[in-house]
Write a protein that binds this ligand. Structure first.
Ligand code: GDP
Ligand code: MG
Length: 781
């Protein structure tokens, strides 16, 4: 039977993993391989994808992929309780300073040389938390697979001559997603002095799979066994000394979150780097395992490619494993002749025949076989952790068949209501009052001082009014970020991806794309960056195309300003309409794109569901502070300069005389040139066009421009009808993303993609705005 047919709660042993290429490799790397035991936990509310338990962790899989996996059902006896140790164990091994691994004999690296450390581990293993502990810096921590998308580095506290690089989380050294490629390239090409491999002890079997591959690289390494607090708290334990003896690298139990064992980890890391202490063994293939076919093949390949690997600078054991797995990148890097290739191929074929498994599965099985043996001896598994039991109870509701989607809608509605309606608006009111008060004071002061009118106008009309109007939105943006990062940090976002997968697939995307899009409601820049976690180029590009249609928080000041001016009584309705227009347009664009430029299937949805965790308050506050800083920086740089430039262009004419009527200004002249383009939309006048142009710098500055040009809300209200105002809002929602977002697209996808995106969005915005104007006029008439 296939995995798809297995009922909920039933267990089976995997017999054959079908499929091909990178996806299949990914399955194998995640532990979905022949001989492994799986249990079906549940289906997503819409019936697809499914959730499985394998190697003690939870994995999601689409039904179409489950169909390719042959299984044999087994009746699983109730968990063997005696397996667990009731007694709580202390952190064993702590303070032993790694008695059991071999000490290096080489000369130490001289003191002034920088030691570089790569921090490598699975997603969600606590890398960023550890990185922050090691460096004392304040990176964002998340509970969603793939929050770290950029490489970050810093030096270890107290050791200025060190550099730690926090790499994106990876499950294996096979290049499956672009983050895996980033991490792998970093380790292979930039050759860090040492690796700090962080392993989640509560999920040890899956985590050690990556460790096995890292050991092949022959780079000094220390294992940081993280989450020991959770492990010990649930009666689990690791016999550290035995573990170290078997794996032959230093192992330090730590709890990054509780700041335990970090100092010892640092001491070990510095030591192995300084003395170039390489792992004691790389050879994990057992010559007695299934007749030793895999063992013989690896060693045969190793001796064949040794010269090639050496001259290409690739560790030979690693190269051999990758060659057997059929990794195209390594085969190319080694520059093998066709004769060599054939000889290698015949070694691999013979192994496949003897082992009765294909090469990739045989290699994965070899690694898991070692891990199983290691864990059987050195790891006392915890009983179901409190965290996991709680997660299961919460999931019964949050991903339950009937409750998941209503709960999602309620949660999002609550977030937006709290942000825009309650907390944010309240704080905004206070800030506005403060700014107003200050403006009046300064205005009075300038009048009494009898300052030149042009300077007076610059200070009050441009700086205070312009920057001030944008600044008052700071609280709302910060509050929105607070909620979004709470959702992400708690692990809820991963569930949203799980149950939205089926819907998003209709649009040609996978559930994973929902997260960048939700972040897009905060700001397009981090949203665009987080598309890097998507494993296919096609999904990445399509998601990037859709993100700017989400109403980012910088567009919100525009909405709020217009609502106050034109729709004071139906503000919520207009706001909601705008948010939904963005979403609907995105859906249309996706549907069209799916059948034209982005043909093809969405990437498979193989994702780990982490336990729910209490979001760390410190962590969330840090992120808020970051965003606030970012926003303030923009207000006082881009927007500040923009307002001054526009004020200047608006106050003077071509011969630099101050104009009495801004219609004669340079600005009116320039904006007048392109304003006919907007005549069909009803706002073909130079003031509106100017504000749109400045919105390109930062969306918020549309508001500051309009305030300057119309001399406040009343002036604006007098100059247009509500329909035009609404059409203008729609245009603002959909037209080109701001400079920062475009720069991000350029970095992620190239100049041409960025340029195309700007043009595309402007055209779409124009068309939609025009349609809405037509509809609106028909209704009014
Ligand atoms: P990354 O994806 O590997 O960078 O992992 P993060 O540092 O973002 O951490 C993922 C989650 O694990 C966060 O919710 C952390 O608070 C949590 N976490 C990290 N270290 C520990 C630990 O030692 N113990 C416990 N209980 N939780 C931890
Ligand atoms: Mg991280």
């Amino acid at each position: 039977m296939t995995l798809k047919e297995l009922e909920i709660g039933k267990s089976a042993v995997i017999e054959v993993v079908g499929g091909s290429g990178a996806l299949r490799q990914h399955f194998l790397d995640m532990g979905v391989l022949p001989g492994a035991e799986v249990t079906v936990i549940k289906y997503a509310p819409l019936g697809d994808p499914m959730e499985l338990m394998i190697h003690g962790y939870e994995l999601t899989l689409r039904l179409s992929e489950a169909e390719q996996i042959q299984v044999k059902e087994i009746s699983k006896a109730a968990e063997n309780e005696s397996h667990y140790m009731e007694k709580k164990t202390e952190h064993p091994g702590l303070g032993e300073e790694g008695k059991y691994h071999k000490k290096g004999v080489t000369e130490p690296i001289p003191d002034n040389e920088v030691l570089t450390f790569a921090l490598v581990g699975n997603q969600n293993s606590g890398k960023t938390t550890l990185f922050n502990r090691l460096t004392g810096s304040k990176q964002h921590v998340g509970n969603f697979p793939g929050v770290t998308v950029d490489r970050k580095s810093g030096s270890i506290k107290g050791y200025p001559d060190t550099e730690v690089v926090d790499l994106p989380g990876i499950y294996s050294m096979s290049p499956y997603s672009s983050e895996e490629i980033v991490s792998r390239q970093f380790i292979l090409d930039e050759k860090p002095t040492a690796i700090i491999n962080i392993v989640d002890a509560t999920n040890i079997e899956r985590n050690l799979y990556l460790t096995m591959q890292l050991l092949e690289l022959d780079i000094p390494m220390v294992i940081a066994l993280n989450m020991m607090d959770e492990m010990a708290g649930n009666g689990g334990s690791v016999k550290i000394n035995l573990f170290e003896q078997l794996i032959e690298v230093p192992v330090v139990p730590i709890s990054a979150a509780k700041n335990q064992g970090i100092d010892e980890l640092i001491r070990h890391a510095i030591h192995i780097a300084k003395y170039d202490e390489k792992p004691g063994r790389r050879d994990f293939c057992d010559k007695d395992d299934h007749g030793g076919a895999v063992h013989r093949a690896i060693h045969a390949v190793m001796s064949m490619i040794e010269d090639h690997a050496e001259s290409a600078g690739v560790p030979v054991r690693f190269a051999a494993s990758k060659i057997i797995e059929g990794d195209p990148l390594i085969a190319k890097a080694l520059g093998l002749h066709s004769g060599d290739r054939q000889a290698l191929q015949s070694i691999v074929s013979r192994m496949e025949e003897e082992r009765g498994l294909d090469a990739a599965a045989a290699m994965a099985d070899m690694r898991f076989a070692f891990i199983r043996k290691l864990c059987d001896r050195a790891v006392i598994k915890p009983k179901e952790s409190k965290e996991h039991a709680r997660s299961r109870r919460m999931d019964a509701f949050f991903t339950g068949k009937w409750t998941a989607i209503p709960a999602f809608i309620v949660i999002m509605a609550l977030v937006f209501w709290l942000t825009f309606g309650l907390v944010g608006a309240f704080l905004q009111g206070i800030l506005e009052m403060g700014i107003e008060f200050l403006t009046e004071r300064v205005d009075a002061l300038l009048t009494t001082l009898d300052i030149a009118p042009s300077i007076h106008s610059l200070v009050i009309d441009a700086i205070f009014t312009g920057v001030g109007s944008v600044l008052s939105f700071l609280p709302i943006i910060v509050v929105l970020y607070f909620f979004l990062s709470m959702l992400e940090d708690s692990g809820y976002m991963a569930r949203v991806a799980f149950f939205m997968d089926k819907l998003l697939r209709r649009l040609g995307l996978s559930g994973r794309s929902i997260v960048p899009m939700l972040i897009g409601f905060g700001c397009s820049v981090p949203a665009l960056m987080s598309t890097r976690t998507l494993p296919s180029d096609r999904d990445r590009k399509l998601t990037q195309l859709l993100i700017p249609f989400m109403s980012c928080s910088a567009k919100m000041p525009i909405y709020a300003f217009f609502v106050a001016a034109f729709f004071p009584r139906c503000g919520a309705l207009v706001m909601t309409a705008l948010y939904f227009t963005g979403i609907i347009v995105a859906i249309f664009v996706a549907l069209i794109a799916k059948h034209t430029i982005f043909k093809g299937e969405a990437v498979p949805f193989v994702m780990e569901l982490p336990n729910y965790r209490m979001p760390g308050l410190k962590n969330v506050l840090m992120l808020m502070w970051d965003k606030a800083k970012d926003f303030l920086q923009r207000a006082f740089t881009v927007i500040f300069i923009g307002t001054i430039v526009v004020w200047f262009l608006q106050t003077f004419d071509l011969s630099f005389n101050m104009v009495t009527d801004s219609e004669n200004s340079i600005l009116a002249l320039l904006a007048g040139l392109i304003s006919p383009l907007f005549a069909p939309l009803g706002f073909g006048n130079w003031k509106m066009v100017t504000s749109l142009i400045s919105g390109f710098l930062a969306k918020e500055s549309v508001v500051s421009m309009l305030t300057i040009l119309y001399g406040g809300m009343d002036g604006l209200r007098a100059s247009m009808d509500p329909l035009t105002a609404f059409v203008f809002l729609i245009y603002c929602l959909l037209y080109t993303p701001c400079v920062a977002a475009i720069a991000t697209v350029r970095r992620e996808a190239g100049k041409r993609a960025a340029l195309k995106m700007v043009m595309f969005q402007c055209v779409v915005a124009w068309i939609v705005a025009f349609l809405i104007r037509l509809i609106g006029m028909a209704i009014i008439r």
